[in-house]
Design a protein around this ligand. Sequence first.
Ligand SMILES: [Zn+2]
Length: 88
Amino acid sequence: MKDYCTKCSLEIFGKEREPELNIEQMFEALQPGFMTTGMLCEGCGLVAVTRTEDNELKVVYSEWEGEELIYSEPSDYIKKLQNNDTDE
Ligand SMILES: [Zn+2]
């Protein structure tokens, strides 16, 4: 079975289904300044969840560029989701 993060799971399956990669839960389990890796969201390419020293949730995305797998800078996650929700 493929793994999806909170945001992608919500978009694809709706609220009925628990996401395999519960990003908020992972964030809560982290100490400030730490990162969780070893995951891959099939929807958006999310590979890591990090809690900054300021207790901000940031995520890292991966993307294939030709034959090379590149990683994004840590960026916002849930904020984006909330913005999308209010747009609709
Ligand atoms: Zn995703």
